[in-house]
Design a protein around this ligand. Structure first.
Ligand code: GP9
Ligand code: MN
Length: 632
């Protein structure tokens, strides 16, 4: 190193290196992050650097040595506090701190008591850099008078900082495409951009939604409320309450699309059990049902099903609006005596579930920690569906009844990897490895659902439950159109791509006997009112955008998050209006009124979420209720 640079900036250099290494060492000792390869290890090592270069670099603008040293020390204390707090928090929650947790009162667990209970003497290590910097300031001989850094030197420094940021982001993007737009998981964020940058990112996301929230004053409720009331579909009296009092077992079928149901691949039946179920007298099978998800994928589907609102465009609402007030299906069931829970053998912070579930009023989250993943029981993203289902049913046996359990399956997830012994049919042969393997993992999932039904029957839970199963979102993206075209034996158009967003929905009511295939166009957005009405619960006063599929007033119309839509007559995609039966282009006038409707509806949904409007509704409801009660 250049002698002059060293003597002029020794404290700064010591500070950067000391904090960098303390942070990295902190990662290794305090957080249980899964590192799969050398590249991830390297990114982890590199990731504190960009922020540290930047924040310590500001010292270069401070003329007085004393002030400059104070600044450097302050930064090191602050970064140490950040790492220290995260480590303590992690011990209890197995997660990194996010701002809504600090400001939310309705969270799982009590923060302050758990923090004090989780302190360790070795935590002093997080302040090692402060100590080292302090020694450097005291003992490194000040041979040269520290002059103001020259402009060129400073410029060079910040160019270097920018380069480090770019390298870090570039590598992160390679490891995890769309990391920042989808913000899947805090652990992935910290692994890729580091704790410090993660907190800035979190601050940015949270303050953006806070600003929009602050601008809303509740007056928007009238307009949105009018639209919602006008579209209310009253329940069919025949169906209302048919499953009253039963347990609800809802299964999120990972990446399952309808194009595999009742079909074959090279002569192999893909979903034998699910096919049988479509003909089962206790089952309603919805053959023209669509997902309404966006970038938030599984978490978006959860959001839609719980709230009957659309997720957000371009980001995952589970991350951006976990501090909102919601009127979720879980909360409503909870008020009616249900024990509400989600079962999913994955890291609890994935999709910010641990936080969002608090806002959705879900009583318990059975995450990875609730499961025992035995030898050979994990593949691809984690625990295999069959042992997951076996253990979930075991857990259900212990639950207070009635319960509402939502199970999220995982094996049929991109890249659709499977152990040899679980491959029940051969691969498909096309230019898409993804599609080729998809049929096999779907076949495995079908087996898992069969096991679920067997387990439920054996446990005695079956007869008093209702089983609802739905595909969460597409599994095969448009990037595989060529292979898909080969399988479907046609050229894939935007019309086909829209129709491929069909996901299966099953509502299975043991002993009911009057089930049938429903070919009404509908979507995930309709599930909440449909289910609540089946349970005999009213939804008239709730704010939601879907409608009960069994209602005679249900409209055959579903809107995709990106503005495409499907009606009984048309498919609207890529600004083209198609005939829904033939797939041929048709007169735009047929689609016109719905284009407007789709835009309005998505906009109202965004208004509810961005303005956190349901908090005003809650306030309004509390006062008149009190009044009417006192009159009785
Ligand atoms: C992760 C699982 C999959 O926990 O829900 O998420 P996805 O990538 O499908 O959104
Ligand atoms: Mn999914």
């Amino acid at each position: 190193m250049n002698k002059i640079v060293w003597s002029k900036h020794s404290v700064l250099i010591v500070a950067i290196v000391a904090t960098w290494l303390t942070t990295y060492f902190g990662y290794l000792t305090s957080f249980n992050m899964k590192i799969d390869n050398i590249m991830q290890e390297f990114i982890l090592f590199l990731n504190p650097l960009s922020f540290l270069l930047f924040v310590y670099g500001i010292a270069l603008f401070i003329k007085s040595t004393k002030r400059r040293n104070i600044y450097i020390l302050t930064i090191s204390v602050m970064t140490s506090i950040v790492m220290f707090s995260n480590a303590v928090f992690y011990r209890f929650f197995n997660d990194f701190i996010t701002l809504p947790v600090l400001f939310q009162t309705s969270n799982f667990g009590d923060l302050s008591s758990s923090v004090t209970a989780n302190l360790m003497v070795t935590d002093i290590f997080f302040f090692a850099d402060v100590f080292i910097i302090f020694l450097a300031i005291k003992f490194i001989p000040k041979t040269d008078r520290v002059e103001q850094s020259n402009k060129i030197g400073r410029k060079l420094y910040f160019v270097m900082t920018a380069a480090v940021i770019m390298v870090n982001l570039g590598l992160a993007e390679m490891e995890r495409p769309q990391l920042l737009t989808r913000s899947f998981d805090r652990e992935l964020l910290v692994k890729n951009i580091g704790t410090y940058n993660y907190h800035i990112y979190d601050l940015f996301i949270q303050s953006k939604s806070h600003a929009q929230r602050a601008l809303a004053d509740g007056s928007e409720l009238v307009e949105v409320g009018n639209y919602i009331n006008a579209n209310y579909a009253a329940p069919d009296p025949e169906m209302y309450g048919v499953a009253k009092g039963r347990n609800i077992i809802a299964i999120s079928l990972e990446s399952l699309q309808s194009f595999v149901i009742n079909e074959e691949m090279d002569g192999h039946v893909i979903t034998p059990f699910l096919n049988e179920l479509t003909k089962d007298p206790d089952t309603f099978y919805f053959s023209d049902f669509y997902h309404n998800t966006g970038l938030g994928k599984t978490s978006d589907s959860e959001f839609i099903i719980e709230n009957s609102l659309y997720p957000r465009n371009g980001s995952a609402v589970f991350f951006t609006h976990s501090g909102n007030t919601y009127q979720s299906m879980a909360a409503q069931l909870g008020e009616n005596g249900y024990f509400t829970n989600v079962m999913h053998a994955n890291n609890r912070s994935f999709w910010n579930r641990d936080i969002m579930y608090g806002a959705l009023g879900i009583d318990k989250f059975y995450d990875l920690e609730s499961y025992t993943v035995g030898e050979g029981e994990a593949v691809n993203w984690g625990m295999k569906d069959i042992p997951f289902i076996d253990q979930s049913v075991e857990l259900m046996k212990e639950m207070p009844q009635p319960f509402y359990s939502r199970l999220i399956t995982l094996t049929n997830h991109h890249p659709f990897d499977l152990d040899e012994e679980d491959k029940l049919i051969p691969e498909y042969t096309s230019n898409s490895n993804t599609l080729n393997k998809y049929f096999q993992t779907v076949r495995y999932m079908d087996q898992a659902i069969k096991v679920l039904f067997e387990d439920l029957k054996a446990s005695g839970l079956y007869d008093n439950s209702i089983i609802v199963m739905y595909g969460d979102h597409y599994g095969i993206s448009e990037n595989h159109n060529k292979a898909m075209g080969m399988y479907l034996d046609k050229e894939i158009t935007p019309y086909d791509n829209a129709k491929l967003q069909r996901v299966p929905l099953y509502i299975h009511i043991p002993g009911y006997g009057k089930g049938k295939t429903m070919d009404e166009v509908s979507g995930q957005i309709d599930l909440k009112p449909t289910l609540l009405h089946l349970m005999g619960l009213e939804t008239k006063d709730d704010m939601y955008l879907g409608s009960d599929i069994f209602s005679p007033d249900h409209e055959p119309f579903t809107i995709f998050r990106d503005g495409r839509f499907v009606t009984d007559k048309n498919v609207y995609a890529q600004e083209v209006c198609y005939d829904s039966k033939t797939g041929e282009e048709t007169d735009m006038a047929e689609c016109e009124p719905f284009i407007e409707r789709a835009a309005t509806e998505l906009n109202y949904s965004d208004m509810i979420i961005n303005g956190d409007l349901l908090r005003f509704k809650e306030e309004q409801e509390q006062s008149p209720k009190l009044n009417s009660k006192s009159k009785e």
